[in-house]
Design a protein around this ligand. Structure first.
Ligand SMILES: [Zn+2]
Length: 117
């Protein structure tokens, strides 16, 4: 696997920054969606059951979003320190193709596979 070029690093930094902004939008929206459902509140076309189900979904998603947000922050920090692009487990370069697909990933494919059951 090759080390990243300066251009690739700049591109991935842009991807990470944009990804973070999008994620923040989604988290902001999910906060609205997970307000307590009041019986008196008009909830438009949704039935109360639908509203509750949707609320549970956004709560479950929010955990995943927040994990990803932390990974993006860590990746941007690594970029600043010139440590970006190396696997945090085996310290080999992760490779541009994988980083382009998941710029926030801290691990190379091999180590990621080893971690997931
Ligand atoms: Zn690795």
């Amino acid at each position: 696997m090759d080390e990243l070029t300066r251009d690739q690093m700049d591109e991935l930094r842009r991807d990470l920054t944009e990804g973070r902004a999008r994620l923040d939008d989604v988290v902001e929206m999910s906060k609205e969606g997970s307000r307590p459902v009041s019986l008196d509140e008009p909830i438009g076309r949704l039935s109360r059951m639908d509203a509750i189900q949707q609320q549970q979904m956004t709560l479950a998603n929010r955990g995943a979003y927040e994990r990803k947000r932390r990974q993006i922050d860590a990746a941007l920090e690594a970029l600043d320190k010139d440590e970006y692009g190396n696997c945090r487990s085996c310290e080999e370069p992760i490779g541009y193709r994988r980083l382009k697909a998941r710029p926030e990933t801290p691990f190379c494919l091999e180590c990621q596979d080893a971690r997931e059951p």
